[in-house]
Design a protein around this ligand. Sequence first.
Ligand code: AMP
Length: 391
Amino acid sequence: MTRAVLTLNAGSSSLKVALFPETGDDPLATGLADRIGPDGVLTLKDATGAPIASAGDLTSHAGAIAAVIAAFRARWPDLDLAAIGHRVVHGGADRMTPEMVTGPLLAELAQLSPFAPLHQPHNLAGIRAAMEAFPGVPQVACFDTAFHRSHPFVNDTFALPRAFYDEGVRRYGFHGLSYDYIAGELARSAPHLAEGRVVVAHLGNGASMCGMTHGRSVSSTMGFSALDGLPMGTRCGQLDPGVLLYLMDQRGMNAAQITDLLYRQSGLLGLSGLSNDMRTLEAAGTPEAMQAIDYFTFRCQREVGAMAAALGGIDALVFCGGIGENSRLIRARICERLGWMGIEIDHARNAQNDRIISTDLARTTVMVIPTNEELVIARAARRASGAEGAA
Ligand code: AMP
């Protein structure tokens, strides 16, 4: 029997999946259902990278989940799912750990949808679809906000009247599953650093930083929404709220138009006028692309400083995410003006994507650690199902 746990990460029009064995860190299969709707495409690969044949209705998340399961069942006819783990963007003000999905939990999570309208409803649709397909299989919700719930009040609030804090207008922070993974990896491989003051830069199409000590989040660049902090592929990052007032009052823009502007038209795409993709911008070399890169790296430098200030210093800087793990140019550019913090890059190590890319004499260790959000979800699902070998 092939006993396994399935992880699902449902976005607005996508579904990222991974199938993990009952023990071990390497998935049996990974995949992505993209452009869910009339033009849906499902790509599944086994552990060797070979494609797994699939077919089915990709017009809805439920259809995509059914197609994934059918493909896995055809490949592993004795497949037995021990648990299903879900990424859920928002867990609210109190949830600090993954939770088993129940009817009441789903209802509570649905009430948080106004806080994350672009993500939460899709995450919950994925859970409902999986519950229908597998009524007897334990389902576990893993929250992107949970890792940051240890924030002290000053990093959890805005300077608005108290009633807003009480109703949930807080600095939640996101990318928590990624930071959880990095904290675990550091504790395993560099325990002395994990206990110290660590700034983690998750730089991908979405980007944020987290300041942590003793493996716990103290501060994050993302706040109430996944818009704040660093500029991203298409998201603006930190913005003077006065700009929103201007857009509403002077340009007559409504909430839907502003949402589209800030989430989909801004960031690297908006500044470069070319692309949200860092590889494309690095290759383009146009003045606008270079300015977009300049802005991105400048804001990253600024936020490393802010996170270090929140921690009272810095012992390690960790890069992860598609840009952080792969772009030696961006890592070097971010670090080049941080010598005053004891950050000094070894350019040969940086060019090779080594795990440690700082010089031997540097006061602050700079690392590249590939993140693995799926594994964090799979481990939580294993724990919930009581599977042996849970990490
Ligand atoms: P993610 O959202 O974590 O998958 O990261 C996607 C981002 O990583 C995109 O902007 C990609 O262009 C960027 N990326 C991936 N590989 C490279 C690379 N070798 N050099 C520069 N950027 C990269």
